[in-house]
Design a protein around this ligand. Sequence first.
Ligand SMILES: [Zn+2]
Ligand SMILES: [Zn+2]
Ligand SMILES: [Zn+2]
Length: 309
Amino acid sequence: MTRSSDYCYMNENSISPYLKCSFCSKPFVDPVITDDGSRSCRACTSSDNVTPLKEKLILDMLDDLRIECVQCHEKNIRRGDYKQHDDTICPQRIVLCKASDLKCSWTGTYAELDQHLQSCPFEVLRPIFTEILSKIGQDQTRRSNEQQQVRNENKEYEEFKKEVEHLRKERIELENAIHQMTNQTENILGNQIEQLNKLYHEQIKRNNELEAEIKRLRILFLQHFPVWKKFQAEFEQYKQSINIQQLKEQLERLQLETRRISEQLTTIPAPAPIDNSNEITYMKQLFNQHDVQIKLLARKKCVIPGKFK
Ligand SMILES: [Zn+2]
Ligand SMILES: [Zn+2]
Ligand SMILES: [Zn+2]
């Protein structure tokens, strides 16, 4: 942190009042504008409502002011470069021992550092410390690698455990499925065996019935066989008694006779037609005469009811 007390202005009276703070009367450091529009150093105002001053000309003029380092008394330093001077150039700047990383607690000016380093016990031991630190570093790296390996192995073990658990669940599911299938198969086979048994018994029953029927028919056949034999013998006897040839000859003779008679019938001349028209005319006349006589009788009141009206 650059403090204005670490440097003083050269020819301060010649600096324009336009660049100076009304509170501390010094050139602005980190200038801000307050809510009433006035300018001041950020540290000098008590107002919280401030905005940084951004006028480049003023900022450049402030950076360009010449100062003197109160620690090393170097003059004519640009105020804008003072931080760099204080951090890296000023021989009177306060520094830590180079062996502060080895826990040396010495502090002093940069100018005194070389002298301290010549007697600094930590810096003398640096090669040993470096070796030890290197070994520690290697150990740490190795341990870190081992820890990483253990973590990886743990992770693999967890994944393996998960896989085992997954396989165990699958095995249980498969066992259940097999059990279910076995039950179903047993049921189906049981039903089929029952049906086959039923069919087998029905078939045996049917066979027995058929055998009984065959037996009955055989007995019946044996009973009827002598009768049939007798009928057959009688039929043969009867067949021999009829002379088919004789019957045939008789039939032929009858046919010849029939043909002969029908031929005779065709040779008989047809009778001459009878002319009876004279007779019919005579009968009509007779009828008319009778009719006249009946009508005459009817007039003489010799009426025969229902006739000749
Ligand atoms: Zn001020
Ligand atoms: Zn200095
Ligand atoms: Zn030291």
